[in-house]
Design a protein around this ligand. Structure first.
Ligand code: P6P
Length: 337
């Protein structure tokens, strides 16, 4: 029936036979993520109206000032996902260590890694921000969880995606059978299928990078970025510069329109020689999404999904987006361009 729309749970069940992950447990996991995102979206959308903006005065494991919405989103996700009965443990960008499900609560066989509110430095300016999530299945029958359960290759993810809190609230995710986008219809409180089978254009017209750091890049990085600004690239004209400074917003625009997002290694912070973005809760989930949409993601040398994290908050350079653009950037970063 026209106009009634397909909710994300209906969509998941419709494709149940294609999705080995679309078990009752997995559907419950996605449902709880959605419920959490609706609560977060409610606060994000009224952030300007209540005193939830500004800083808590605390600092998170990344050494970044924690804004109240960051903290709120983290608390909502941990609280709801612990009660969902589908996880054995989780990890948050905001927490130094893994978060186990308490013994008095039901457990499942999934592991969840998330960035509760990425782009938080933009919260006060009403710029789009997002929640990024990555889902693994526990790889052994042991009842207990260790850090090693999380230090996996991104290719082992069973699902990944993000919520984007912008002009509308969207959910974009994959279970390994392509990428679908859902938009929250606030009048019915449901995420409805709005972008079925998203495919990223093979080459883009946009490059996204913070060029304020040019002075901190090595020569290969500078040459790679210059390529996209030059009329001598394979398009024969410069790419357009677009950089929001909110990863989910920059990624989502490039996913729909085509383009490349780059956060290269730089020398601005000796504590972060591999750049600012995290492998497990940012690069790996977005790499799964972009590859399932026909794009690519590398660290300037290797495929992101082939990288095995050695620590929970490992950082990684990120070149992600349209396949041809990422392949060219990676060749240039290897001095082969
Ligand atoms: P910079 C936001 O803090 C974030 O983690 C990503 O959302 C965004 O892509 C990046 O940092 C922006 O970093 O150094 O350009 O301000």
């Amino acid at each position: 029936m026209e106009g009634l729309g397909v909710s994300v749970i209906e969509h998941l069940l419709l494709h149940q036979k294609e999705n080995p992950e679309a078990t009752g447990q997995f559907t419950r996991l996605i449902s709880e993520l959605i419920f959490s995102a609706k609560i977060i979206a409610r606060e994000v959308n009224k952030a300007g109206l209540v005193n939830i903006l500004g800083l808590t005065g605390e600092v998170n494991v990344q050494g970044e000032q924690v804004r109240k919405l960051d903290e709120f989103a983290n608390r909502v996700l941990i609280y709801r996902m612990q009660k969902a009965g589908v996880l054995c443990a989780m990890a948050s960008e905001e927490n130094a260590d893994i978060i186990e499900v308490p013994d008095n609560l039901p457990r499942g066989s999934y592991l969840l890694i998330f960035d509760p509110l990425d782009g938080s430095s933009n919260i006060d300016a009403n710029v789009s921000i997002g929640t990024i999530f990555s889902i693994y299945r526990k790889s052994d029958e042991r009842s207990y969880v260790t850090l090693d359960d999380f230090l996996r290759k991104g290719s082992e993810q069973v699902a990944a995606g993000y919520f984007l809190y912008g002009s509308s609230t969207m959910l974009v995710y994959t279970t390994g059978n392509g990428v679908d986008g859902f938009t929250l219809d606030p009048t019915v409180g449901e995420f409805l299928l709005s972008h079925p089978n998203i495919r990223i254009p093979e080459e883009g017209k946009v490059y996204s990078v913070n060029e304020a750091y040019t002075c901190y890049w090595d020569e290969k990085t500078r040459r790679t970025v210059e390529y996209f600004k030059s009329p001598d690239n394979y398009r024969g004209k410069p790419y357009r510069a677009r950089y929001i400074g909110s990863l989910v917003a920059d990624f989502h625009r490039n996913l729909l329109y085509g383009g490349i997002f780059m956060y290269p290694a730089d020398k601005k912070d000796p504590a972060k020689p591999r750049g600012k973005l995290r492998l497990l809760c940012e690069a790996a989930p977005l790499a799964f999404v972009v590859e399932q949409a026909g794009g690519a993601a590398t660290d300037g040398k290797d495929r992101i999904l082939d990288l095995k994290a050695s620590e929970l908050h490992e950082r990684v350079p990120l070149f992600i987006g349209s396949r041809k653009d990422v392949e060219m950037a990676t060749r240039l970063m290897q001095g082969d361009g």
